[in-house]
Design a protein around this ligand. Structure first.
Ligand code: C2E
Ligand code: CA
Ligand code: CA
Ligand code: CA
Length: 282
């Protein structure tokens, strides 16, 4: 039995060790990344798809690694969540994004962009000081709580009573809460009663299906989410819009807000500024 156990290890160990080492290495490199300012933000505009105007923008973190080049968030956000580094990383994103919104509003007027969306991980919501941190960041950046939209996922909301209390406190402060990737979870509908949501973000997977005549299921979900938002007095945002046909279809379903490569990819601050300057001249 002992030899068999050893043989099993001999087979699995190299791959397992590689994985553990590379995650640990990525984790320690990420720790340095925060200190060495290798992180930066791109902003994907959220458009009013009826008027074509910019309504807000979602901050999306990027990591310019000195050797690996650009590491996509899909490769390091999970590592950051498991190691706890998401807490300082998320704090940096929150502050940076709020300061950026303040700078844009000062430059182009408060009508040029109304809100900034920041993705928040469950781990951050479990930190005892999170509500106070948000209040301090808003005050330092001279923003109103309604200028900030925190994007949370279904699994974070289901994380427990403490997280729900944190979300309740943020909502009472006037911060808006968005349920990200809406429709992909197991219990999307019952969640709407469990926490004070303001915005539903229809997941891209449903947008992908709406112009496919064969795919009635995804079309039905997209239409139902728009109706649900209307009945519950919530904002509905469609994400991952890649074609004019999708945008048009979503508009007829009642979506007022949308994001996607068809309108704009995640942009550098200068590119966002150019867009707002052009809108201000129009
Ligand atoms: P997400 O929050 O669902 O963000 C949407 C993702 O879809 C972004 O990928 C965005 O660039 C991409 N996207 C937007 N429009 C389109 C489109 O039309 N077509 C396609 N194919 N993709 C589109 P990104 O920037 O790679 O971010 C991936 C995920 O990483 C995010 O998904 C979010 O869960 C996470 N993430 C990014 N930044 C942060 C952050 O600051 N904090 C936390 N906790 N998570 C973050
Ligand atoms: Ca998001
Ligand atoms: Ca999303
Ligand atoms: Ca997603």
């Amino acid at each position: 039995a002992k030899a068999g156990g050893k043989a099993t290890w001999a087979r699995f160990e190299p791959r397992m060790r590689n994985e553990v080492v590379s995650h640990a290495r990525l984790g320690s490199e990420l720790h340095n990344a925060i200190i060495r300012h290798e992180l930066y933000l791109r902003y994907q505009p959220v458009f009013d798809i009826v008027t074509g105007r910019i309504a807000g923008a979602e901050a999306l973190v990027r990591w310019r690694h000195p050797v690996r080049g650009n590491v996509p968030p899909g490769d390091f956000i999970g590592v950051a969540e498991r190691s706890g580094l998401i807490v300082p990383l998320g704090s940096w994103v929150l502050r940076e994004a709020c300061e950026q919104l303040n700078a844009w509003q000062a430059e182009y007027g408060s009508a040029s962009i109304q809100s900034i969306n920041v993705n928040v991980a469950a781990r951050q919501l479990r930190e005892a000081g999170f509500v106070d941190e948000v209040a301090a960041v808003l005050s330092d950046a001279r923003l109103m709580p309604a200028n900030l939209v925190l994007e949370v996922t279904e699994s974070s909301v289901l994380d427990g009573r403490q997280v729900r209390e944190t979300l309740q406190a943020l909502h009472e402060m006037g911060v808006r809460l968005a349920l990200d990737d809406f429709g992909t979870g197991q219990s999307s509908l019952s969640l709407l009663r469990a926490f004070p949501v303001d915005v539903l973000k229809l997941d891209k997977s449903f947008v992908d299906g709406i112009c496919d005549g064969e795919d009635r299921g995804r079309l039905a979900v997209a239409a139902a989410v728009a109706q649900l938002a209307e009945y519950l007095d919530l904002y509905a945002v469609a994400e991952g819009i890649e074609t004019a046909a999708q945008m048009e279809k979503l508009r007829t379903m009642g979506y007022r807000l949308g994001q996607g490569y068809h309108m704009a990819e995640p942009l550098l601050p200068d590119e966002m500024a150019a867009m707002m300057a052009a809108a201000a001249r129009a």
